[in-house]
Design a protein around this ligand. Structure first.
Ligand code: BG6
Length: 296
């Protein structure tokens, strides 16, 4: 049995012979779905998610580049960009499957975006020659997403990047995030104040929007557990921050593309990225950042 791949020019999907699957929307190279062999969905996707590239997808794994959050006059080169940048709405190119022929227990799908394929208005706002190569690798028990950023022009540029993963959970009230103990974080729901996570796991009972810089090294997994049993184990590569976000009821209701309203109970965003300050890429240089989410 072979891996089956389908590409209808809007979405690319791959299914392993053992049943695991992944689906990627070309707008944003957004992973929309990741299912295990039993067909259980691992990513949360809003029923009213906008899938035509006019805004980022509410769910799955939108790719944040080259700015995280709203633009600010504090950083002039990115000050004209939309919230979370343009990579999540641009139309990417499917470059094909790059796994060694014949492997049936994993598949790697490659997607590309360059300065040549973004709109003139974005080019005018961010006039750099960049290349993005995004690889989505589905294994029987994990999903890896890797972004390689290259500077193909003459001018250096600064960027931030984030893998904005919406994980599906049964009940946010019993979810615990481990691996952030003692870590410093910026609390975006409390005037961006600097705080420190106590030596306990993170739990949820209200709107939560935090930028953590995990105190333990990158090899230490971030775990998402439900009533003590691990559901996901996230390993970062070259990404120093973890953003944790749940909008809770009021904010969920206020988002036109967030549906159902009660959906906030079934999702948690755990987002590996490089968003504290800026990565600078000189002419000809490359940066690679990745995450692997393992199932228990
Ligand atoms: C999170 C941010 O990463 O994304 C939040 O920390 C933000 O502040 C959320 O609200 C959703 O952003 P957007 O642009 O997809 O509505």
């Amino acid at each position: 049995p072979q891996v089956s791949i389908s590409d209808d020019k809007a979405r690319v999907s791959a299914v392993l012979p053992s049943g695991e699957s992944v689906e990627v929307l070309l707008f944003g190279a957004t992973v929309l779905s990741w299912k295990d062999a039993a067909g259980d969905e691992k990513l949360w996707l809003s029923k009213d998610a906008v899938l035509d590239g006019s805004k980022g997808v509410r769910g799955g794994i939108p790719l944040v580049f080259p700015i995280f959050g709203p633009a600010s006059s504090d950083h002039a080169p990115t000050s004209k960009l939309p919230q979370h940048g343009f990579a999540r709405t641009a139309r990417w190119e499917f470059l094909g499957r790059s796994t060694s022929e014949g492997s049936s227990s994993s598949v790697k799908l490659d997607f590309g975006l360059s300065a040549d394929s973004i709109t003139d208005s974005i080019k005018a706002s961010w006039p750099y020659k960049f290349g993005l190569l995004y690889s989505v690798t589905l294994d029987r028990e994990s999903l890896n997403t890797t972004l390689v950023v290259t500077n193909d022009g003459d001018k250096p540029f600064d960027f931030q990047m984030l893998l904005h993963t919406y994980l599906s959970v049964k009940d946010i009230s019993t979810i615990q995030i481990g691996g952030l103990e003692e870590s410093m974080y910026i609390d975006k729901v409390d005037n961006a104040s600097q705080k420190q996570q106590p030596s306990s796991a993170l739990t949820f009972s209200a709107e939560t929007d935090r930028i953590y810089t995990p105190a333990k090294g990158p090899k230490n997994p971030i775990t998402v557990s439900d009533a003590g049993s691990v559901q996901y184990r996230l390993i970062r590569d070259n990404l120093d921050q973890i953003v944790v976000w749940n909008p809770w009821s009021e904010k969920a209701q206020a988002m036109a593309d967030f549906s159902p309203n009660e959906g906030y109970k079934n999702m948690v965003c755990v987002e590996a990225g490089s968003v504290n300050g800026w990565q600078r890429l000189d002419k000809g240089d490359a940066f690679e950042g990745a995450q692997t989410i393992h199932l228990p």
